[in-house]
Design a protein around this ligand. Structure first.
Ligand code: HEM
Ligand SMILES: [Cu+2]
Length: 559
């Protein structure tokens, strides 16, 4: 008994010091792994917040003539939900994985500019905090403060001072501006890292596909985020310095805002989805026990998606009067993008073909990704033809389509990535049993919500609608859609429980729990501060395969 007390006492005094020290270590770190984890944690917090908002929206829409929320709060909710999901969940979580994985996968000890890395993280995080700070003040928390209510695309002239007095729109503008600066900084860092920090023997043709994809995505970020940043500055000048860029009453052009926004907005979708492709490229081969099929075609498809995605933005503007020439061009360009995307899907399937597929949780989510991404592609083709879009734009059909991409593809790929790399990051395995519960509940909830959501869209239910009359044929669909949303929420709770539980109790992972091939699995889990005691030197695309199978080296599979 006495000894126990003694032990307790020391352990009581120690953690206090430790906690401060741990906090200090994290807050001042320039280590790419810690920054990566901070990005991921910050994105997960926002995922839960924005998911909660989605649930409130779905409660409001579950039955006709509902007054669960006020119209004003409803507008703020879908604005905050969309903005948060895109800028403070999607972007940071992808950059978090990129930050964590890229130096490890290319055999480097850190990013090219560790301090820029820390700066980029903190300025992005500050952007997210600023957005939520808008809740304080205004009409107070009960009226949901003065959070922005201009939707995630903030169309002008709605955002001009006359229509959006007060400061909520300024919070939106500045938070996007700050996160844009952070994102650009990270993109510069990633390009520099991949181009200059690869280990000995890692030529560009031996670069794993995930860093390849981050390279292309980072170039997209430069090209796409700059017009967004410019637009935020212009609208602020309009609002406070009396300019009229977007002010139609004084000779400005609202369409100009649409162009600025969508030259960013469309590539943004690819900025979010390409890293998801990157996760697939790492996970599918390992769980099929085969090298990726068609590496050079994968690289070529990635680069061409990068280029084409920059020339399709105006498919978001078919209803804005582009004229026949514009409609034809943007319809064609949009459909062309399905070629390289189709190549990728084909190559993933060819990788699985004849492989010894192991349906561990990461592979389950990867399979879900494949099906759902295909589904999203099909409804995308429907929308990319201008005459169909004239019917369906701004209905729930579009909401269902883009959630198919954002949730069905990107979020599923992210879950796959979590189950796959969590052991590397924490040294512990996530529970397979909880993982399977998470997967099946999420699949069921996802399809219930977003398959059915196409129907009220086709029946004419507009998006961003606060409530609707009974008897339009929308009622029961909406009820089911909302029920599906709740199933997804339950699945997410299981995921969070799994992560917390595994952190303390999960099976110890060891350096290479999946018997994988890329360099991140060549160090301990979690890796030491400098990643590799001795900088690695490689001679093929799958360095660990070569180590494990000297009789059958990988150059054999490279073409
Ligand atoms: C269970 C998950 C989710 C549910 C149930 C859900 C539900 C909704 C609903 C009901 C709307 C309002 C649609 C409208 O009235 O126009 C909406 C909008 C939106 N959601 Fe989600 N959502 C989910 C996850 C996500 C994720 C993961 C993302 C992105 C990564 C996302 C991005 C958006 C965007 C960009 C909007 C548009 C907001 C706007 O119109 O301003 N959502 N979502
Ligand atoms: Cu688009």
């Amino acid at each position: 008994m006495a000894t126990t007390t003694a032990v307790d006492l020391t352990s009581q005094t120690k953690p206090k010091k430790l906690l401060l020290q741990v906090a200090h270590d994290w807050l001042t770190t320039v280590d790419h792994k810690k920054i990566g984890i901070m990005y991921i944690v910050y994105a997960l917090v926002f995922l839960v917040i924005a998911g909660f908002m989605a649930m409130l929206i779905r409660i409001q829409l579950a039955v006709p003539n509902n007054h669960f929320l006020s119209p004003q709060v409803f507008n703020r909710l879908f604005t905050m939900h969309g903005t948060t999901m895109v800028f403070f969940v999607g972007m940071p979580i992808l950059f978090g994985f990129g930050n964590y994985l890229i130096p490890l996968m290319i055999g480097a000890r850190d990013m090219a500019f560790p301090r820029l890395n820390a700066f980029s993280f903190w300025i992005s995080a500050f952007g997210g905090i600023l957005l939520y700070y808008s809740y304080v003040g205004g009409s107070g928390l009960y009226g949901a403060g003065s959070a922005p209510d201009v939707s995630w695309w903030a169309y002008a002239p709605l955002t001009e001072k006359v229509f959006s007095p007060g400061h909520s729109t300024d919070y939106w503008t500045f938070s996007i501006l700050l996160s844009g600066i952070g994102t650009t900084g990270t993109a510069i860092n990633i390009v520099a890292t991949i181009l200059s920090m690869r280990c000995k023997g890692m030529t560009m043709t031996r670069l794993p596909l995930l860093p390849w994809i981050y390279l292309v995505t980072s170039f997209l970020v430069f090209v796409a985020v700059s017009p967004l940043t410019a637009a935020q500055i212009m609208i602020t000048i309009d609002r406070y310095l009396g300019a009229h860029f977007f002010d139609t009453q004084a000779g400005g052009s609202a369409i100009l805002w649409f162009h600025f926004f969508w030259i960013f907005g469309h590539p943004e979708v690819y900025i979010l989805v390409m890293p998801a492709f990157g996760f697939m490229n790492e996970i599918i081969p390992v769980f099929s026990r085969k090298a990726i099929f068609g590496y050079p075609a994968m690289v070529a498809a990635t680069v061409s998606i990068g280029f084409i995605s920059l020339s399709v933005w105006a498919h978001h503007m078919f209803i804005d009067g582009l004229g026949a020439g514009g409609n034809i061009f943007f319809t064609a360009a949009t459909m062309v993008i399905s070629v390289p995307t189709g190549i990728k899907i084909f190559n993933w399937l060819a990788t699985m073909w004849g492989g010894k597929i192991q349906f561990k949780t990461p592979m389950l989510f990867a399979t879900g990704f494949l099906f759902q991404f295909l589904g999203a592609g099909l409804t995308g083709i429907v929308l990319s033809s201008a005459p169909m879009d004239w019917q369906l734009n701004n209905t729930y059909f579009v909401v269902a389509h883009f959630h198919y991409v954002l949730v069905g593809a990107i979020l599923f790929a992210l879950f796959a990535a979590f189950y796959y790399w969590y052991p590397k990051m924490t040294g512990r395995m996530l529970s397979e049993r909880l993982g399977k519960w998470h997967f099946w509940l999420f699949v069921i909830g996802f399809h219930l919500t977003f398959d059915l959501m196409h129907v009220p869209g086709i029946l004419g239910m507009p998006r961003r609608i606060y409530t609707y009359e009974a008897g339009r044929g929308w009622d029961s669909w909406n009820m089911l859609v909302s029920a599906g949303g709740f199933i997804q929420a339950i699945a997410t709770v299981i995921f969070v429980v799994n992560m917390v539980w595994a952190f303390y109790r999960g099976r110890v992972a060891g350096p290479d729990p999946w018997d994988a091939w890329t360099l991140e699995w060549a160090t301990t889990s979690p890796p030491p501060d400098y990643n590799f005691a001795v900088p690695p030197s490689i001679s093929s695309r799958r360095p660990l395969w070569d180590l494990k199978h000297p009789e059958d080296v990988d150059s054999h599979y490279e073409y």
